[in-house]
Design a protein around this ligand. Sequence first.
Ligand SMILES: NC(=O)C1=CN([C@@H]2O[C@H](COP(=O)(O)OP(=O)(O)OC[C@H]3O[C@@H](n4cnc5c(N)ncnc54)[C@H](O)[C@@H]3O)[C@@H](O)[C@H]2O)C=CC1
Ligand SMILES: C[C@@H](CO)CCC[C@@H](C)[C@H]1CC[C@H]2[C@@H]3[C@H](O)CC4=CC(=O)CC[C@]4(C)[C@H]3CC[C@]12C
Length: 437
Amino acid sequence: MPVEHSGHQGGPCGKRVGEEGWRLGWSVPGMARREEQAEGDNHLSLAGNERRPALVASLGTLGLWLQDMADSAQAQKLVYLVTGGCGFLGEHVVRMLLQQEPRLRELRIFDLHLGPWLEELKTGPVQVTAIQGDVTQAHEVAAAVAGAHVVIHTAGLVDVFGKASPETIHEVNVQGTKNVIEACVQTGTQFLVYTSSMEVVGPNIKGHPFYRGNEDTPYEAVHRHPYPSSKARAEQLVLEANGRKVRGGLPLVTCALRPTGIYGEGHQIMRDIYYQGLRLGGRLFRAIPASVEHGRVYVGNVAWMHVLVARELQQRPALMGGQVYFCYDKSPYKSYEDFNMEFLGPCGLRLVGTRPLLPYWLLMLLAALNALLQWLLRPLLLYAPLLNPYTLAMANTTFTVSTNKAQRHFGYEPLFSWEESRTRTIRWMQAMDSSAQ
Ligand SMILES: NC(=O)C1=CN([C@@H]2O[C@H](COP(=O)(O)OP(=O)(O)OC[C@H]3O[C@@H](n4cnc5c(N)ncnc54)[C@H](O)[C@@H]3O)[C@@H](O)[C@H]2O)C=CC1
Ligand SMILES: C[C@@H](CO)CCC[C@@H](C)[C@H]1CC[C@H]2[C@@H]3[C@H](O)CC4=CC(=O)CC[C@]4(C)[C@H]3CC[C@]12C
């Protein structure tokens, strides 16, 4: 089905929460842990003083408090930079860092477009610095990187719909990444985490399935599309840069994370498919066989992996430097469409058909027609439907991962269970729906 990007429409979701709900209410399981634990510690120390005179108790508490202050002043010393920090994944990484990285002193957020939600972060204990900038501009990147201990480079042009030219995709994804690496080397930043993609592996142009593979599974990675080609080249540059001497003589330590298809609060494509379903009277039509598995991972877990990798890279540079890790969690293996229905279903949408309603050759024809229309209309307008030969091939080729490398190397366990990831995504969709009405 030609699925077009859509504008807002009201829908049948039941629960009503304001769109800002998921932003302002953002927290992760166990997040209260640090605060609770701190409170618990205080209770313990007070309990110990219970039978002593009040003055001694107060002095004891004051002493502990001063000690705490001294500890945290010492601990809060790191400066992190997140490029693309206002994107779908970037925002989750930023919020996760603020909640889960106690050693943070300053968090720099570098993006072409800064979000208004950054303002709310500026009132917290960590200095949040918003930098409007372009990764293709080496001097802007170098200025942002200077003095940072860790760079998490998530900025990228994610375009598989033909909205941007191949040259622009290359410029942002490859030249932008080169600029980040050079900035680290020149300014003396030692740790670089790169957000790569499953697409650097596949599916390849031959449509070979990658079934529950891991980082060592042999696979013929051949790309022609500008997005995967650019991500693959950028990843290679990042990995090759591992061990280069940065200013001051220390070695650069790099690694790459490869998310499969990310889903969760803020996912633009899910939003588009939802509105498409509403336009079609609450129905979507199955185009892909249910047996084709497509790997998906919850955005909160991808963000958590970034935070953990950034932290552990500093502790285990020899083990983790130059490594790649797939991003994974407990999300079930399903086809792209069946997986989306986990969220769209509770919002009132229905997937029609247990088998594809159209034969594959007809879908291919429609996809090719869309590509032709895009080309013909380009001088007049941007026609960028979800269905094109590349996205059809992506959705129609099995690509799933099954690995525990992140667990073995840096103790990663998903922070969000599948149930929680699903609930959060549904809540966000419901909030989106209510704000559209
Ligand atoms: N969405 C997905 O399913 C997956 C995404 N990824 C990767 O994750 C990263 C983040 O992707 P998303 O959050 O989905 O995309 P997004 O488009 O929501 O975020 C990308 C961010 O980068 C910024 N950006 C783009 N060009 C820039 C430039 N020239 N200078 C500075 N900032 C720039 C954008 O303004 C945006 O805020 C990308 O590197 C992407 O390749 C990897 C696997 C799957
Ligand atoms: C054929 C249509 C019938 O319903 C459905 C079309 C779905 C496509 C738009 C998506 C199918 C697979 C997606 C990609 C995949 O999850 C991996 C990705 C990794 C990235 O690094 C960026 C995003 C994406 C390319 C993702 C984009 C959307 C799909 C092609």
